[in-house]
Design a binder for this molecule. Structure first.
Ligand code: C5P
Length: 223
């Protein structure tokens, strides 16, 4: 059966999104940003007055929002109940609360099931898909023929993230990033972890083009 799945995990600022989108574009694959799904879920919880520190309340409400993903790497979209939330889910409020929401098992159960449907659909209707997140190589698509773990030094990741969010305060960005990584790596369910069969790529001193070229090469070898 056809369909190439490229699974990419790594902490924030490791270059996952830019790499995943470019590789998908280069090889005509779909693109799925699973972090955007956890962000969309978090946005809905905040919007609807659910206390995100209350795991039971989050679990009880998790089935209510309808989260829809557009998987074109040139124009990826996220909708919640028909509302385009692509911009608002990048804001500080969602960013600082997403780790609490994504640690709730019921949230993961629902979103992982949806992610697997999107992957199956992309493999049936397109040459395949590049999927990025924290648990793609370990939980969502452990059988993917290409599995990557992207890393970079905390300083490099903070620099990149500061540029992305146009913040001059690199120290504050680095602190927020370190906090989120710690929460994501130490949670009980599907923490960010490196699986031994994933190719580890440290992007600290690589340009984006170099990383893309490496991943495209791996993708071509897997086909
Ligand atoms: O990738 P991004 O930084 O947008 O992800 C936002 C958050 O969503 C992460 O900090 C993490 O808490 C959660 N996440 C997750 N599992 C994934 C992708 C993201 O728990 N596969």
């Amino acid at each position: 059966s056809g369909g190439l799945v490229i699974a990419i995990d790594g902490p924030s600022g490791s270059g996952k999104s830019s790499t995943a989108k470019s590789v998908a574009r280069a090889r005509g694959l779909k693109y799925l940003d699973t972090g955007a799904m956890y962000r969309a879920m978090t946005w809905w919880m905040l919007e609807n007055g659910v206390d995100v520190a209350d795991a039971e309340a989050v679990a009880a409400a998790a089935g209510r929002p309808a989260i829809t993903m557009g998987t074109d790497p040139d124009a990826p979209t996220v909708h919640v109940d028909g509302v385009d939330v692509g911009k608002v889910i990048r804001g500080d409020e969602v960013t600082s609360n997403v780790s609490a929401v994504s640690a709730v098992p019921r949230v993961r159960e629902l979103l992982v099931a949806r992610q697997r449907e999107i992957i199956a659909e992309a493999c049936a209707s397109a040459p395949g898909i590049v999927v990025e997140g924290r648990d793609i190589t370990t939980v969502v698509a452990p059988d993917a023929p290409v599995k990557l773990f992207l890393t970079a030094s905390e300083e490099a990741r903070a620099q990149r993230r500061s540029k992305e969010v146009r913040s001059g305060d690199v120290a504050a960005t680095q602190a927020a990033l370190a906090r989120r990584d710690r929460l994501d790596s130490t949670r009980a369910v599907s923490p960010l972890t490196q699986t031994p069969d994933a190719t580890k790529l440290d992007t600290t001193s690589l340009s984006l083009d170099e990383v893309i070229a490496l991943v495209v090469k791996l993708a071509d070898e897997a086909r």
